[in-house]
Design a protein around this ligand. Sequence first.
Ligand code: AMP
Length: 384
Amino acid sequence: MNGTRVLVLNSGSSSVKYQLLDMAEGAGARLASGVVERIGESPEVPDHAAALKRVAGELAAQDLGLDSPALAAVGHRVVHGGTRFTEPTLITDEVVAAIEELVPLAPLHNPANITGIRVARELRPDLPQVAVFDTAFHATIPEAAARYAIDTATADAHGVRRYGFHGTSHAYVSRATAELLGRDVCEVNTIVLHLGNGASASAVRGGVCVDTSMGLTPLEGLVMGTRSGDLDPAVIFHLARVGGLSTDEIDTLLNKRSGLLGLCGDNDMREITRRIGEGDERARLAFDVYIHRLRKYVGAYTAVLGRVDAVAFTAGVGENAAAVREAAMAGLEGLGIEVDAARNAVRGSSARIVSADGSRVAVAVVPTDEELEIATEAYALVGS
Ligand code: AMP
């Protein structure tokens, strides 16, 4: 391998995000980043091929073109790796076919990821391309936590189990939290709360994930921007039988019109806290439902781990919304959790501790960096 640069591509259904990182000495310096949005909506970017060509053009304009010998690999974020892909994987035709077989488990995400892979391979067929899976970090979850209590044969026939998502973020943040504490990751038990527009919690014992809140799909678990998270599965039959909704309508309701948006009409936590400040009761209730669920998971994962060293908040809400952190951690002194109000209120862009000095459990804000994690994993694979 000659180059030290890794291009990270995150191909979504209507956008392609990219970052070019230089991994020389493991530093991960960011050379370029950008996003091509509204794929399929404008004549200039009719499809993913056009989007990736635009990415290539933007990089070339900065003298960082895809033809550069400094480029060592392309790292692709792939949402669903099923039970097969538990590690970053060098992409071959066979790997692409296997990711394609997983489309029924992630119908919105995997097709876009595959398109990104196809086009990138056409642009640079000689370059190693690595798939980094959102599910992989959760492959270590024990069977007792991964199994749903339904008929085993039916579950296995259809791949129904807990896979978990946001894995690159949970992996990165659990490691970065240990670093922040100045301890070896093997010694630290962490509850990671990834609170973005999508949200998930994980219980990580000594760097190894032992439970996570998302399941077969990214719908389960915490209250999210537009997703319901946990609910009684019978709600679905009820809406079908009594409400007359079709399967697709219920899918859209629970994924796109629920969560904070469904509860109060807004999915952005900034807007919700602003409305609460004005005395808006629907916004208040949405916030309270969000926090209640979050606290339940903190309690559950405390029991799963037995001993917790740190609770780490990350992603858009977790990193920025002091009010969410404060409310989620309030009154948990019995669990050894004590937030320092002044520290928690300070805004910042680097990893920091916001718990009180005497708090048995450290409460941390740890900005996530999924692109750096993907680049690190891809570079480690092609370099080895
Ligand atoms: P992400 O998916 O990680 O990009 O997070 C996006 C979400 O973070 C947005 O929908 C907002 O709800 C939230 N967010 C971003 N900035 C702030 C902020 N300054 N205060 C509160 N919430 C924020």
